[in-house]
Design a protein around this ligand. Sequence first.
Ligand code: IDC
Length: 474
Amino acid sequence: MKRMTAMNVAAILFYKGDDCMIKDYKTGCLEWRKSIIQYVACIIFFCTALFLQGIDSFAATALSANGALKVEGTKLVSQKTGKQVQLRGVSTHGINWDVGYPYISKDAFKTLRDKYSVNAIRLAMYTTEYYGYCDKGGAGESQSTVQSTLKTRIDTGVQAATDLGMYVIIDWHILNDQTPKKYQSQAKDFFTEMSLKYADYDNVIYEICNEPNGGTTWSDIKSYANTIIPVIRANDSDAVIIVGTPTWSQDVDVASKSPLKYDNVMYTLHFYSATHTDYYREKLKMALNNGLPIMVTEFGVSEASGNGSMNTSEAKKWLDLLDSNKISYFAWSLSSKDETASLLKAGTTKTSGWTTSQLSPAGKWILTQYNKRSDKNTTSYKPAQVNKVAIKNVKGKKAKITIKKVSKATGYQIIYSTNRKFKKASSVKTTKNSYTIKNLKKKTYYIKVRAYRKVNEKTYYGVYSKVVKINIKK
Ligand code: IDC
């Protein structure tokens, strides 16, 4: 859009210039000069507009890089590149809660995207609790007013995520209602409306039932899913749809034995690491082995209550397992409510732009993990070039190498050889900035150094330094 505006303005300026030139032959020289000034002004203006636009659009977002998603086997892949895509998301608290909806904004999502490597948002809309979509409880307004407020919030959230190139889940957050069958007809209407509205949005994902519980069986859920999925597909034929599993979305193993017959469907596993450990990871492995595509649309480092203690060592095991399978996950929840699972420090009033000190302990841990684990900081991250290597012949045919520190490097690799082209070179790694190579010969050695960074068991190397030469004399 900005580019178009710049072009239009440029065209107008040009047109005026030309017009003058043709009209007034006598003052032609002056008009020419005028038109050159206009021409230069146009170019400057045009370039500035392009540059400003570039800041936003040239930086690839998850959405611009991957476009619409689809499910292939157990994987979530980009329809555009065919490559596997992993979402690292944040779930809102209930968008009907006052501790949830204030964070539905472009500013909030942008902070998560730019500072904490988040590429997806989940909009959790409770169906019963706290002015729910289907049960307004004590709300002093009609159910339909509650519903239209919630739909407006969803729209704000979807538009914000779309503008930022993020994926977004619309979550029908059943919980106290236990079985999705309870409000199936409302769900049908809701998803009809949503899928009509967002049919052309490549980034919208539908989660049709958060956590069935209270004895709801997989076959109950299947019957519900078999009603809702066709409703969505009628409007949005290739949307990715997420289906909850029995026992608060833990029994993916059960679902894997009898999956739904639709394409582009994923199944939910939720975990709270201070409660759910090995036993639940086994369920995940079993389901994957059976070929079930899984998305973790909710996890916390707290107990299942969302409160109590934190267990980050179990959470690390979970995230390692999920990352090794490129399974997407969403942290519960974007809130400053005084409970362990909240990502923001209790009482933080800021609704965007949080610094690390405004995050809760859970928020700090999770979002630090996101930054470490995101592609932005791993696969594409290479440490800077080592730009200074000093080398000194020390007693006993040793060479002491001093390397100028490269920020964020885990260590340095030193390559040395008596051959200028590094044939038959030796290599050593050190995590320190100085290193002494022993047992050298009385010869000329060539040495080059590069920094490396290790993330999640992978090593990323920077560019080699210039080659330095030393004559070993003693
Ligand atoms: C919790 C909220 C809490 C709220 C409660 C309502 O964190 O503030 O009072 O819901 O019942 C889930 C649910 C999710 C829960 C969360 C923590 O999907 O709604 O949120 N949790 O208990 N499943 C497992 C944990």
